[in-house]
Design a protein around this ligand. Structure first.
Ligand code: A2P
Length: 217
């Protein structure tokens, strides 16, 4: 019935504690600040600006999108496929409101989005929908590949794009594209995958406490 549908959230996910949100935002800002000064980045500026000579300030290019979280299931108040089934999973009911430690293992930047990759543990994968990767047409990537935190979107870009951008990079890797290793930065190694796709694999993953819960909006 209608009431039942209304009782489902916009999405389920892990919500980062506020103290760690600041740390993640600062790390991402530092990275963006450095990235747009690198010669290698300037060489591919056209990916972001459409014009070779134009400068870009990545800190202004991306707009932050609310509280930092890693979406597990987008339910759209029950309208999304599989929303009800997800909400009724025993793991979802049992672990609702529990604390977790998320591992943010990489940062990625594209002309559309900036995000952090989340590497899920076996227990965390119990909360991951079986079809999250298939939905995006990346059926052959391992479960949990899409897990991420959206840190910002370019003007006019919806946050759902962040996970798709991550899957695109992982699909390239799976197809055997090594990317172009640009340099070892303090934070980790920076690789370029063409078409404005940059991946920073963190030397030390950022460990973040997060609560499994839901957002109604
Ligand atoms: P993400 O998880 O990449 O941040 P919105 O504000 O657009 O309604 O989105 C709310 C949240 O749900 C965001 O976190 C967003 O992206 C995620 N989201 C939106 N649409 C989808 C979708 N179709 N599939 C998976 N996640 C989605």
């Amino acid at each position: 019935g209608q009431l039942e549908e209304v009782s489902l959230p916009l999405y389920f996910g892990w919500f980062l504690l506020s103290s760690i949100q600041d740390k993640v935002r600062c790390t991402a800002m530092d990275f963006l600040k450095t990235l747009d000064t690198l010669e290698a980045f300037k060489k591919h500026l056209i990916d972001f600006t459409g014009k070779a000579e134009k400068e870009v300030d990545l800190e202004e290019y991306f707009e932050a999108k609310g509280t930092l979280h890693c979406t597990t299931k987008f339910c759209d108040y029950g309208k999304a496929e599989g929303a009800k089934e997800y909400a009724e999973k025993p793991a979802v009911k049992d672990l609702y409101g529990s604390a977790f430690e998320l591992s943010l293992s990489a940062l990625f930047v594209t002309p559309r989005t900036v995000g952090a990759r989340v590497s899920l543990t076996e227990e965390q994968l119990l909360l991951w929908p079986a079809d999250a990767e298939k939905e995006a047409g990346s059926a052959s990537l391992p479960l949990g590949s899409r897990a991420h935190v959206t840190l910002g979107c370019a003007e006019g870009v919806e946050p759902v794009q962040t996970g798709l951008d991550l899957l695109e990079i992982l699909a390239l890797q799976q197809e055997g594209h090594q990317g172009e290793l640009i340099e070892e930065m303090e934070l980790g190694s920076l690789t370029y995958y063409g078409e404005g796709r940059w991946l920073l694999t963190l030397r030390e993953p950022i460990c973040s406490s997060a609560c499994f819960s839901s957002f109604y909006g």
